[in-house]
Design a protein around this ligand. Structure first.
Ligand code: COS
Length: 382
């Protein structure tokens, strides 16, 4: 039986499982990890034990052979209780999809089954201090020396970079070639010359580690190159075509949580002798919030489905869904704080966390300005 979102039985089962894990196993320690900026080990373990790590992977690699929509549903449910945990979870498809897309048989067999079970997690290292939006301008160098490459440079803002068992790292064999010089490598912790650097202190998603990575004459065997020299940029961008809607799903989760909290509070909070939900000013805010959440969800599901249907070229929809959902989450979370009034500004209630967490969604996986650039290019051509 299909529901209003036309989810299959499998998709509904995976969503319901993720919802149960999130609300029963992850939720109790969210405030603690946010406050202490610590990694939610028990939450990540619960996700692994439930078998949710493999939803994006084919069965031959130990995954559940599901789809982009299933990944988005899981991300939404986790983010409903904790966007930081959702970000940690999302780092594995972000770092692992490049292996699925471009890996050799050996590379796939080496990493994907372990990513499917959560035995190891992955990370994706594209950004640098001088190359955020302009990803093709990255400067980390890879120089071929016989059967190895020597990597030098630094990466910035890498989610999960200090926990990942494999990191997809983008470097350039020739900066003058821009996108055409970018080459991907599979890096493991402990490789000589590779070191995890500073962990950022952030406004939100504080339970998700964001770190710098340093490469100093780091020797990487040629078998650890992912794809051919110069293919890295295409690998990076085609990965984002899937992970951007999934990021939109994180935003939908946060927005739904903020809406639900605001509705609940508006019905309880008494002012002028009645619940504030009786005031039309509050009703209109809630109605606008609900429309934002609904539209964002539909855009995310549509884009994920488009990908799953094997329709090529969902770049436009991926950028639209990510951008719209992130803006919606920011607006809805900000309005939820407003509905809560003075209480909303305190850490007694989770809405201030929703507002802090929503902000990153307008920034990571490509800023919302870059998403608009992509949308405009797709519309106008060139
Ligand atoms: N899928 C496959 N290939 C893609 C692609 C996609 N979605 N988007 C671009 N490419 C290819 C292009 O086709 C082009 O190849 P050809 O020259 O062979 O045609 C190549 O990649 C370079 O693309 P483009 O010329 O568009 O590169 P730009 O330098 O203009 O950059 C933007 C494009 C701005 C869109 C890109 O740099 C970007 O997304 N920046 C944000 C980075 C980001 O999201 N960072 C967050 C990392 S995750 S936390």
């Amino acid at each position: 039986m299909r529901d209003v979102f036309d989810l299959t039985d499998d998709q509904r089962a995976i969503r319901d499982l993720a919802r149960t894990i999130a609300r029963e196993k992850i939720a109790p320690r969210v405030a603690h990890h946010d406050e202490t900026e610590t990694y939610p080990e028990e939450a990540m373990r619960a996700i692994a034990e439930a078998g949710l790590y493999g939803v994006w992977l084919p069965e031959e690699y130990g995954g559940s052979g599901m789809d982009c929509l299933s990944l988005s549903l899981v991300e939404e449910e986790i983010a409903y209780v904790c966007a930081a945990t959702g970000t940690n979870y999302g780092s594995t498809p972000l770092g692992g999809l490049p292996i699925l897309f471009a890996g050799t048989d050996e590379q796939k067999k080496k990493y994907l089954p372990r990513l499917a079970t959560g035995e190891i997690t992955a990370a994706y290292a594209l950004s640098e201090s001088g190359a955020g939006s302009d990803a093709a301008g990255l400067r980390t160098r890879a120089v071929r020396k016989g059967d190895r490459y020597v990597l030098n440079g630094s990466k910035q803002w890498c989610s999960n970079g200090d926990h990942a068992g494999v990191l997809t790292v983008f470097a350039t064999v020739d900066p003058a070639k821009r996108a055409k010089g970018i080459t991907a490598f599979l890096i493991e912790p402990g490789m000589p010359g590779f070191a995890v650097g500073k962990k950022e202190k952030k406004m939100g998603i504080r339970a998700s580690p964001t770190v710098a990575l340093h490469f100093t004459d780091c020797e990487v065997p040629v078998e650890q190159r992912l794809g051919e020299e110069g293919e890295g940029f295409t690998i990076a961008m085609s990965t984002l075509d899937i992970t951007r809607p999934a990021t939109g799903a994180l935003a939908v989760g946060v927005a739904q949580a903020a809406l639900d909290a605001a509705v609940g509070y508006a019905k309880e909070r008494q002012q002028f002798g009645q619940p504030i939900a009786a005031f039309q000013g509050i009703q209109f805010m809630l109605a606008d919030m609900a429309m934002q959440v609904h539209a964002a969800r539909l855009m995310v599901y549509y884009c994920a489905r488009q990908y799953d249907a094997g329709l090529k070229g969902n770049t436009l929809e991926a950028s639209m869904a990510k951008c719209f959902a992130a803006d919606a989450a920011m607006k809805v979370a900000t309005d939820a704080v407003q509905v809560f009034g003075g209480y909303g500004y305190t850490r007694e209630f989770p809405v201030e966390r929703f507002m802090r967490d929503a902000k990153i969604m307008q920034i990571y996986e490509g800023t919302n300005q870059i998403q608009r650039v992509v949308v405009a290019r797709e519309l106008l051509g060139g």
